[in-house]
Design a protein around this ligand. Structure first.
Ligand code: FES
Length: 502
């Protein structure tokens, strides 16, 4: 239900994914009046696309965390992700959430073929030492991971990880939030978030929510133009769901050390088990070859899991990688008074989102939390300046799209239910031909910082290669940081049925 009137609350949260709902739930339990607004359906954003590995095995590796954040920082990172898994387990228990929560082991292995490459062997050994130094004393090195018919070679065992069905968990968290007096409004587009004593959230149709604190938990912040987006990069990641006989693959989390890496786990289905295999990541808007990536993922999976019976599910999701390997959670650098952000999931969205809930609740309630400096969005990027420069060069290079040719020479070449960027003189036009053959024309200029969008064939969206804004085929904004639609270039009378034979 959308917001239909102005409101007041102690806290207003924008975004009803794992970070927004976790924060709202914990604050509501503390007696705070909380309003959550979401542009779509609650839990319908990126949290719905995760495979929900709940892990304290950091994707960017503990030896890197120690180099970048120091040994105490690495210890706090391990502590916070471990606490997040426990926090989810506690919510499942106390709120009686039926969401397939299960404690499992995690196994990190170096990619075959064996013999193990020296650098991979070194990764495992270095990570073992670094994990122990970060306080994860139960991490162990084994001869191989427990996958039948697949010799992984040596691996690291991370005990006491967990897995969950993300949508069932979010539904339970939402119900608990509402039971605790929270208010939640979907289909409500937020246009601005202003902090301060007179601060408010303003929606696209002019409604306001006044509050003492504001949390922006929209995957990538919609209230920040540059500061945060220059420090993180959006990626698309791909997942297949393969049917396997029940019990044929151990319930566990598996990851390899490739870049991009593969991630694997089992989800119980009604008639058998589903093997979820993810990987093949690329920067958002910088590739449009999903079919090839799914095929590679399936080949990789079938070679290692020959018990696969079929692959009925395929999907992709967006992940936001920060330059120093952990999320940005805390006061918004652009408005530190009473505006907070949670972004940069780094492929660990369920634990980072839950950490956001715990940390932001403490900050809003005025309690000290030792994780605050490590996740501070304004933290110094010591040890990651090279990565920052590389990322910003990549973004700068995207502006060269202004001088290249279009994807097709003529819009007549665009198949039905597909899109392409077409050059028209000095400008580029994003053209979508709908299922009825009618072409819809939009400026290809992303309203965030004016990079040019690209067509995503799998999702049928326009994706921005700079900071990950995404738009529907008909131009409506789906993902920030953009907060407005692509500019429509059609007058109603101009939409001509230009039927393609394809
Ligand atoms: Fe920043 Fe498009 S998302 S320019």
């Amino acid at each position: 239900m959308p917001l239909t009137r102005g409101m007041e609350a102690d806290v207003c949260i924008v975004g009803a994914g794992i970070a927004g709902l976790s924060t709202g739930y914990l604050l509501a339990r503390q007696g705070q009046s909380v309003v959550i607004l979401d542009a779509g359906l609650p839990g319908g954003g990126e949290t719905a696309h995760t495979t929900a590995h709940l892990s304290n095995a950091i994707d960017a590796r503990y030896f890197e965390m120690a180099r970048i954040h120091g040994s105490e920082g690495a210890r706090l990172i391990a502590e916070s992700h471990t606490a997040a898994i426990a926090r989810i387990e506690e919510a499942v228990r106390t709120e009686n959430i039926s969401c397939d929560f299960e404690r499992v082991n995690g196994y990190l292995f170096a990619p075959p073929p064996s013999p193990l490459r020296e650098e991979d062997k070194e990764i495992l050994d270095r990570e073992l030492i670094a994990a122990h130094e970060a306080g994860l004393g139960t991490v162990d090195k084994l001869d191989e991971a427990p996958i039948p018919d697949f010799d992984t070679g040596p691996c690291l065992l991370f005990p006491q990880q967990a897995q969950i069905h993300p949508l069932k968990y979010l539904a339970g968290l939402r119900a608990a939030f509402l039971r605790n007096g929270g208010k939640l409004y979907g289909h409500t587009h937020v246009k601005s978030v202003t902090g301060g004593d007179e601060g408010c959230v303003r929606t696209a149709d002019g409604k306001t929510v006044r509050a003492g604190h504001f949390v922006v938990a929209t995957n990538t912040p919609i209230n920040d133009v540059v500061a945060i987006h220059a420090k993180q990069t959006p990626y698309r990641t791909y997942v297949i769901g393969a049917e396997v006989p029940r019990g044929s693959v151990k319930h566990a989390l598996f990851w390899d050390t490739l870049d991009p890496y593969h991630y694997v786990r089992i989800q119980e289905g009604p008639t058998g088990d589903l093997l979820l295999v993810g990987g093949e990541d690329h920067k958002t808007g910088q590739a449009d070859d999903a079919a090839i990536r799914f095929a590679r993922l399936e080949r990789w999976a079938r070679e290692r899991f020959p018990m696969i019976l079929g692959v009925p599910y395929r999907w992709s999701g967006q992940t936001i990688e920060t330059v120093d390997g952990i999320a940005f959670i805390g006061r918004n650098p652009m408005d530190k008074r009473n505006v907070y952000i949670a972004t940069g999931d780094c492929g660990m969205g369920m634990t980072h989102g839950t950490i956001a809930g715990m940390l932001l609740t403490d900050m809003i309630m005025g309690r000290a939390n030792r994780w605050e400096p490590i996740y501070d969005p304004a933290r110094k990027l010591r040890g990651s300046m090279g990565e920052l420069a590389k990322q910003n060069l990549n973004v700068a290079a995207r502006y060269s799209d202004y001088v290249t040719a279009g994807d097709v020479a003529d819009e007549a070449d665009i198949p039905v239910n597909s899109g392409a960027v077409v050059r028209e003189g000095f400008r580029k036009v994003a053209v979508y031909r709908d299922t009825g053959g009618i072409c819809h024309h939009f400026s290809a200029v992303c309203p965030h910082l004016k990079c040019l969008v690209h067509w995503n064939t799998l999702e049928k969206t326009w994706d921005c290669p700079c900071h990950g804004s995404r738009f529907s085929a008909t131009g409506e904004v789906l993902n920030g940081p953009a907060i407005s639609n692509l500019e429509c270039l059609d007058q109603p009378a101009e939409k001509q049925p230009n039927i393609s034979t394809r």
